[in-house]
Design a protein around this ligand. Structure first.
Ligand code: BGC
Length: 434
């Protein structure tokens, strides 16, 4: 067997068949039910205490959108009639690129982190008005009401100490009081998937699923049929933690060497934080097996997390006959390549990106089947995040997978890029909870 054949064989497990995707969707649906009926599963199914908006919510609000090490502040004017306007926005980092501060590590506390966030709000307020605030907090939380959320666990890159198990809104309120910002009043705390769904549903009542395919991954949906809840409401699935998946040896390696082995297994196969790393692990393993390049150059691919999902996209965008873009990238790392090496690099990239989309599609099909088993209604899946927006092949494969598995029923399902939905949704949630 020649190298390219051996390589193609190893990558075969990355392409899921229609029946595998259908089985996975069914397994996901059962996991949703398992958690809802109390028997338990890897999905968290967390209540948000918010239902779909009417599109008539109004007012001026501040949003704090905390999804990772980048935080966004927004002033949003909800005008009713399904219209809104962002009147001011600003982004800041929890980690200074010049290393002057870093609020994401274990050596800082939650109080210090929120004191820093509150210190950035000054430009968004004055003394003469009251500012109702919506807070997007994109981590798994247990909510007791729409404005109370206990952090279950940090995910993604945040490790700030002393926050897990605490009521995030209390920590935020204490930081506001410490600065005498009595005029800023937190009204709601939501997950970013909920924000994305609220934003899309403010515009169109057919939106009933919200999803983030970015650094992290997660999906929420409108639950109207569950005995555990008296009222219909949005449920944050925390689907990134789904763990009944067709793992490859590379997925297991990535997980084993991560900070959180055994956790967020789906996220580790589809999240922007991990796509580049998965690609790197595959390349390194093929190099070790002498299937790629010259094994003496092994060190180059041994540094964890040095490849981003953007780099995977750049590889996939190289359509030149000799794959010169990929060649130049490899040369910049002192790696000499043959055309067949570069073809392999492209194949690894495309398999990684396409499998991610297939897995996410399977979860969407599971959710759609749960909320509308007869496929009688229109559904809009609101999606935001860098992977959906920018990872080459991802959005197209997602759509194609829905079409292939759902057949005729796929015409009822629209995927809608809902940019900035997480922050705007916090404002909509604040209006609903005021
Ligand atoms: C978090 C989710 C979040 C997702 C997307 C995951 O790591 O657990 O709560 O919705 O990232 O930001």
């Amino acid at each position: 067997m020649d190298c390219s054949q051996a390589l193609a064989n190893k990558l075969r497990t990355f392409m899921l068949s229609k029946s595998q995707i259908t089985d996975l969707a069914e397994c996901f649906r059962k996991s949703m039910l398992g958690q809802l009926d109390g028997s338990g599963s890897s999905l968290k199914m967390l209540p948000s205490f918010l239902d779909q908006p009417t599109g008539e919510e109004r007012g001026r609000y501040i949003a704090v959108d905390f999804g990772g090490s980048k935080i966004r502040l927004l002033n949003v004017h909800l005008k009713g009639h399904r219209e809104y306007e962002i009147t001011k926005e600003q982004t800041f980092l929890l980690k200074d690129p010049g290393n002057k501060y870093n609020f994401t590590t274990e050596s800082t506390t939650g109080s210090e982190l929120f004191a820093f966030i509150v210190s950035q709000i000054a430009d968004f307020i004055d003394d003469s008005s009251i500012y109702p605030l919506g807070h997007t907090f994109s981590f798994p939380t247990l909510q007791r009401s729409a404005n109370d959320a206990i952090l279950i666990k940090w995910t993604k890159e945040i490790k700030t100490s002393g926050m897990e198990g605490l009521n995030v809104t209390d920590v935020f309120k204490a930081a506001l009081l410490a600065r005498n910002y009595h005029q800023v009043i937190p009204k709601v705390i939501i997950n970013d998937t909920t924000g994305t769904l609220l934003t899309a549903a403010y515009r169109d009542s057919n939106a009933d699923i919200g999803s983030i395919c970015g650094t992290g991954h997660n999906t929420c949906y409108c639950e109207s049929n569950c005995a555990a809840y008296t009222k219909s409401q949005i449920i944050n699935i925390e689907s990134g933690n789904f763990n009944e998946l067709p793992y490859t040896e590379y997925d297991n390696l990535l997980d084993m060497n991560s900070n959180t082995p055994g956790e967020q297994r789906l996220e580790k196969m589809v999240g922007g934080k991990y796509i580049g790393e998965l690609f790197r692990i595959i390349v390194e393993s093929f190099m070790k097996g002498k299937l790629l390049f010259n094994a003496s150059q092994l060190d180059t691919f041994s540094k964890p997390y040095f490849i981003s999902s953007q780099q995977v996209s750049i590889i996939l965008e190289d359509f030149s006959p000799d794959l010169n873009g990929i060649k130049n990238w490899l040369t910049s790392m002192d790696i000499d390549s043959l055309l067949e090496d570069r073809l392999a690099i492209r194949l690894i990239s495309s398999r990684t990106a396409m499998r991610a989309a297939q897995l996410v599609a399977a979860t969407y099909i599971g959710i759609l089947t749960h909320i509308d088993s007869g496929f009688l209604n229109q559904h809009i899946i609101a999606v935001d995040g860098s992977v959906y927006e920018h990872l080459t092949l991802f959005a197209d494969t997602l759509r194609a997978t829905l079409n292939c598995v759902l057949g005729n029923r796929a015409r009822l399902v629209a995927l809608k890029l809902t940019k900035d939905g997480s922050g705007i949704g916090a404002v909509i949630g604040a209006a609903m909870n005021t």
